[in-house]
Design a protein around this ligand. Sequence first.
Ligand code: SF4
Length: 263
Amino acid sequence: MSGEVFSLPGAATSASAIKLYARETAGFAERLAKTVELLQEAALDHGTGLLQSSSLGAEDMVITDLIARHKLPISIATLDTGRLHAETLALLPQIEARYGLKVAVYSPVNDAVVTFVRVRGADAMYESLDLRKECCAIRKLEPLSRMLEGHTAWITGLRREQSSNRAVVPFSETDNNGRTKINALADWSWADVWHYIAIFDVPFNALHDQFMPSIGCAPCTRAISVGEDFRSGRWWWEESSAKECGLHATRQNSEEEKTGASA
Ligand code: SF4
């Protein structure tokens, strides 16, 4: 995998993510300018058809900050799978208080969740890849499809550096439903993301200070340790090639991801 390797201090259970990761590296100003330009162009091209799909992760918080900072007319939405950490959900009122922006929240169909849990169990995701994917389909993919209804384009925080599966993430692509998907931070590094968060004092998930660089649902996310890569804390019991939930399937990568949001 090509994800970044972290060096974590011995037995510590928390440490400032900003201190660990934020660094200004060559070309940051240019990458930032390119992202702003992409967002401005997308807003012009798609108008109200454009949406930020936020996982509330560090990258998405950067994009939300840019939307607010540059007063871009882009609505923001997220998925509440019903299995998120309290720390993740705590960002919703923080975003509203900080930016005056309301994040639309999409949840799974209750009957589908109740039936799945009754038949398969609350922690079925650990039993097989098929059951994990079924859980992701109910809790993520179906609400995502409702979230994107009526939209022509969406913005994600996918970055090339996140994993080998994402090494070729373009700035713009077409998803399986013909929508334009704008990966506004495609060429940003993890250090860039945290440098931005540090200099603009962007709110972020408190779990990032507990060695969780990539945060999804609570049962499927754990802290990483010394030498592990960026997404090793996600679905850690599975092969690395399967570590996608299908939120980001596109015409180009759908075959690969069938085996496996940002999540
Ligand atoms: S990430 Fe885990 S808990 Fe969340 S929808 Fe997928 S399998 Fe279910």
